[in-house]
Design a protein around this ligand. Structure first.
Ligand SMILES: Nc1ncnc2c1ncn2[C@@H]1O[C@H](COP(=O)(O)OP(=O)(O)OP(=O)(O)O)[C@@H](O)[C@H]1O
Length: 252
């Protein structure tokens, strides 16, 4: 049997006396649609930073397709197939969507040096970017300048850009945050069209998205896994309701 696309084994992170990640185990299966949820301050961002390589755990391991990447820098993890949604400010406003993705492709393959320098993308990469947009049902945005796009469309392009790198594992950090409901439908459609062979971990506060998109859910509370299970199991678990509706409060 081949190794899981992503596996977290006993991850621990402390800041002084504060334990922010406590012995977290999590496995993304091939083709996973897995959500990580938890109230404010549960440690979701800190966990994601340990997956991407922004911070190092004090103990435990991060395995990408069975390979121990715990000590590996973030860029190298991207090269090995770990992508996360890019922040909007990584898009060049004056370039078209296809040019932006073409540039990311050339930077990823180490051909144009730094991504921060908007040289014209090579035509072959722009063509590949257009093909990628077509597969995702976003072809109509290919020739538009990023500056002309609505907020929800930019969020779609961040996802398309991460996917263009052909990752094995995709981390989506709050993909619908701040997107007006009028633009939400297309974003949902895009999430439903993500390639089946990419394992996806979504970190999200919007429960309607989580329950619609995910097949497995991990609930993080005070740095530890409270529960992992299928959607119905998590939705109906009284402990989860307590965390979200009880005295610990939740994100609005
Ligand atoms: N560099 C740091 N130094 C000290 N404490 C930190 C540091 N980074 C995070 N923390 C603490 O770790 C805890 C978890 O924070 P984290 O941002 O990971 O939670 P979160 O679940 O992503 O929250 P939110 O949903 O609000 O984004 C918080 O109590 C936070 O104050």
């Amino acid at each position: 049997m081949s190794a899981a696309p992503l596996q977290l084994v006993g991850l621990c992170k402390q800041y002084g006396a504060l334990s922010v990640t406590r012995d977290v185990n999590l496995t993304l299966e091939a083709g996973a649609r897995h959500a990580l949820i938890g109230p404010n301050g549960a440690g979701k961002s800190t966990l994601v930073h340990q997956i991407t390589g922004v911070i190092r755990p004090n103990a435990g391991k991060v395995l990408l397709e069975g390979r121990d990447v715990t000590a590996m820098p973030a860029e190298q993890r991207v090269k090995l197939g770990l992508a996360r949604t890019f922040q909007i400010n990584s898009l060049f406003n004056h370039l078209t969507v296809a040019e932006n993705i073409g540039l990311a492709l050339s930077a990823h393959r180490g051909l144009d040096g730094r991504i921060g320098r908007p040289l014209p993308a090579r035509p072959a990469f722009v063509e590949e970017a257009v093909e990628c947009l077509r597969e995702l049902g976003l072809l109509d945005l290919a020739g538009r300048r990023v500056s002309e796009l609505a907020y929800g469309q930019r969020r779609q392009i961040e996802i398309a850009l991460a996917l263009a790198l052909k990752p094995r594992v995709l981390l989506l950090d709050e993909p619908v945050a701040g997107v007006p409901s009028t633009e939400g439908k297309r974003l949902f459609e895009l999430l439903e069209r993500l390639p089946r062979d990419v394992a996806v971990l979504v970190i999200e506060h919007d429960m309607s998205l989580v329950f619609r998109f995910a097949r497995r859910i991990t609930v993080l509370v005070e740095g530890a896994v409270l529960l992992e299970g299928g959607v119905d199991e998590v939705r109906t678990d009284p402990r989860v309701r307590d965390v979200y509706l009880g005295k610990r409060g939740h994100h609005d």
